[in-house]
Design a protein around this ligand. Structure first.
Ligand code: TYD
Ligand code: MG
Length: 448
């Protein structure tokens, strides 16, 4: 006869439940990810009424601004009452700072209470940080500790604009045993916060740690449970931080928010497109400009290439900011289709400012930069290059060309080299239409 007390195991990777403890999860194939599942009895609902309503009778919820324009934009216009946002990022990237800034600013500017629950820092630490980033307000309420029930019970005493939970891995939900941060705890904490936000019809923001491979630590279903998942990231050496929505039930995932971390917190960067370009009007061989897209945001990017005679039997190819395979492929296209020998040169490619370009529109500027460096002839200044390059050397159209050209014109570029197959409506910039890499680089190729 089956016993009622069978031990169940949950996979920390995919969330599947099994009754057999094995080294490998039979569902997702991960090793060593099964742990004991502590199931708490489901609370009995005392209101078993079922209510359905017409969709047209549902009023659009009024969003709550976080007082941080970039954060509002990425969220799709602010926080939604009853909605839960999960923000993940590397340790020290600025998650706590960003949310404390939002909490403090709302409390200060609108004079509405906001609750900041910290399972990681003491009241003194949080309050010190709030005064350091200039968002101290008497309406900003702090709770520090890891007891979730205790923290959420303080929401009954006041009508809060929203609450922040820092972090989902540092709290434990009362009804569950186990250390904070285990899969069962993380899932229970998230579920309790979601229920509480829906119940009280106020927004909640969960801060989440990420694992070595950049995923939010905890069960994968955590991201399915919440309404919005934001990713906060940036290069270690740079003071710039990017915010992108990975999932958004209440808005688009195309918006990009950029912040600069200063000694007094995070400041939104207004002129994003010029961020990775220092606007020096010096033409150097091997440098080509392009307008890349990060979501919906156009960014001017400077692609730099250096060629040097090789001393190795196999020439070196080194790339930063552009995928190495792509770079090698484009080098082969230049070699074959433009008849520029690359075999006896080491080639280095770099996108200035640490930007990574995965968009195929970077192909044409990369080819232009490679050819310019190998021939030691600079490209015409004030020109940007936008096109995908095929193996036959053909230039293909790119996405959202009008948006890119408009931004190029605004930044002061006078001409743009684009595919002849583009359908362009914008006429504020001189268009140089090319169909093959040969035509595109005719200036360089004609000067032998
Ligand atoms: P924090 O918000 O604690 O990061 P997270 O919560 O993502 O782990 O940010 C910590 C880093 O930010 C820390 O290394 C110092 C830096 N920082 C500043 O540069 N200026 C500031 O005003 C603050 C508050 C932090
Ligand atoms: Mg933190």
């Amino acid at each position: 006869m089956a016993s009622a007390n069978i031990t169940k195991y949950i996979c920390t990777e995919c969330g599947s439940i099994t009754t057999t403890k094995t080294g490998k999860c039979s569902s997702c194939g991960s090793w060593g990810t099964l742990e004991v599942l502590n199931e708490s009895p489901k609370p009995k609902s005392n209101q078993p009424s079922v209510k359905i309503i017409s969709a047209s009778d549902v009023k659009a919820p009024k969003r709550i601004s976080t007082c941080i324009t970039e954060l509002d934009r990425v969220l799709g216009g602010g926080l939604v009452p009853g909605g839960v946002v999960l923000i993940g990022g590397q340790p020290g990237i600025g998650k706590s700072t960003l949310l404390l800034q939002a909490a403090g600013s709302v409390a200060k500017n609108y004079d509405i209470p906001v609750l900041y629950i910290s399972g990681e820092e003491s009241d003194a630490q949080v309050s010190l940080r709030a005064s350091r980033i200039n968002t101290m307000s008497e309406k900003l309420y702090l709770y520090s500790g890891s007891n979730l029930e205790e923290a959420l019970s303080s929401l009954d005493s006041n009508s809060f604009a929203f609450f922040v939970l820092d972090s989902v891995q540092a709290m434990s939900a009362d009804s569950n045993s186990g250390w904070p941060g285990t899969v069962t705890q993380v899932r229970a904490v998230a579920q309790r916060v979601i229920d509480c936000a829906r119940d009280k019809n106020i927004p909640a923001v969960l801060i989440g740690h990420i694992t070595k491979d950049g995923k939010i630590a905890g069960p994968m279903m955590l991201e399915h449970m919440v309404d919005t998942v934001l990713n906060f990231y940036g290069e270690g050496y740079s003071s710039y931080r990017m915010l992108r929505a990975v999932k958004n039930r209440y808005g688009s995932t195309d918006e990009l928010g950029i912040f600069e971390m200063n000694e007094d917190g995070l400041t939104p960067v207004k002129d994003k497109s010029g961020l990775y370009w220092n606007r020096d009007d010096v033409s150097v061989p091997g440098v080509a400009m392009t307008i890349a897209l990060e979501g919906n945001t156009p960014l001017a990017a400077e692609i730099q290439t250096l060629s040097a005679r090789t001393i190795f039997p196999y020439p070196r190819r080194t790339s930063r900011g552009i995928e190495l395979n792509r770079f090698q492929l484009l080098t082969a296209v230049i070699d074959r289709r433009c008849n520029i020998s690359t075999g006896n040169h080491d080639l280095y490619i770099n996108v200035a400012g640490g930007l990574t370009l995965s968009d195929p529109s970077a192909d044409l500027p990369s080819c232009a930069a490679i050819a310019s460096s190998l021939r030691n002839i600079s490209l015409q200044s004030g020109t940007c290059w936008l096109g995908e390059v095929g193996l036959a050397g053909e230039i293909r159209p790119v996405t959202r060309i009008d948006l890119r050209l408009k931004e190029a014109a605004r930044l002061g570029f006078h001409s743009a080299v684009v595919s002849s197959r583009e359908r362009i409506k914008f006429d504020g910039i001189k268009i140089i239409s090319v169909s093959h890499i040969d035509d595109a680089l005719s200036d360089i190729l004609s000067k032998r």
